[in-house]
Write a protein that binds this ligand. Structure first.
Ligand SMILES: Cc1cc2nc3c(=O)[nH]c(=O)nc-3n(C[C@H](O)[C@H](O)[C@H](O)COP(=O)(O)O)c2cc1C
Length: 167
């Protein structure tokens, strides 16, 4: 399998811990981790990409992701597999749960990405989200405030699924 690139942004650190847990599940694979506060360097060369953002504002991207969104939209994603992870809080922000995932999804799919890793909405309880298409989340939704006990298994199962599609 070709190298996997993990790009993430974090404001209060929860997403950085999630990335460590993703790494734990990738230990036999070649991967690199980049905080988007340092830019998107190297993304053009990768075929296997994981994008991770919490939601802020009203279902919006984390601020370092906001800063690189135009750069992301300029990347040619044809031939690349992209998997998305969103952190959010379904009780406190139940009308915009993990909205940032949709922004990343739209940005990369408009540029031809093969977006993989859609997941079931079962087991979550939110009112609304932009991040569901045809009844599935466009990536892996994680809620460290309310469902952190579910996170390790959700990540483990999801990584197994997306690795089937990585090149
Ligand atoms: C001001 C503020 C706005 C937020 N807005 C949303 C939101 O719209 N949707 C959502 O699902 N979570 C929202 N959250 C929850 C965060 O996404 C969640 O706490 C996340 O784990 C933070 O990740 P981080 O520690 O990596 O920054 C918000 C949190 C804060 C403090």
């Amino acid at each position: 399998m070709e190298k996997i690139g993990i790009y993430y942004g974090t404001t209060t650190g929860k997403t950085a811990s999630i990335v460590e847990e993703i790494e734990f599940n990738l230990k036999k694979d070649v991967y690199e981790v980049k905080n988007v506060a340092d830019g998107l360097g190297g993304i053009e060369e990768l075929k296997n990409i994981i994008l991770v953002s919490p939601s802020y504002g009203v279902g919006e991207l984390q601020e370092d992701w906001e800063d690189v969104l135009q750069e992301l939209k300029a990347v040619d994603f044809k031939g690349k597999n992209v998997a998305i992870v969103g952190l959010g809080n379904q009780l406190a922000f139940g009308e915009t749960f993990v909205g940032a995932m949709r922004i990343l999804y739209d940005a990369v799919s408009e540029r031809g990405a093969n977006v993989i890793g859609f997941t079931s909405i079962e087991g979550y309880s939110y009112q609304e989200t932009e991040s569901v298409i045809d009844g599935k989340f466009v990536g892996l939704a994680l809620d460290e405030a309310n469902q952190d006990d579910d996170t390790p298994l959700r990540i483990e199962n999801w990584i197994k699924e997306i690795k089937k599609n990585f090149i």
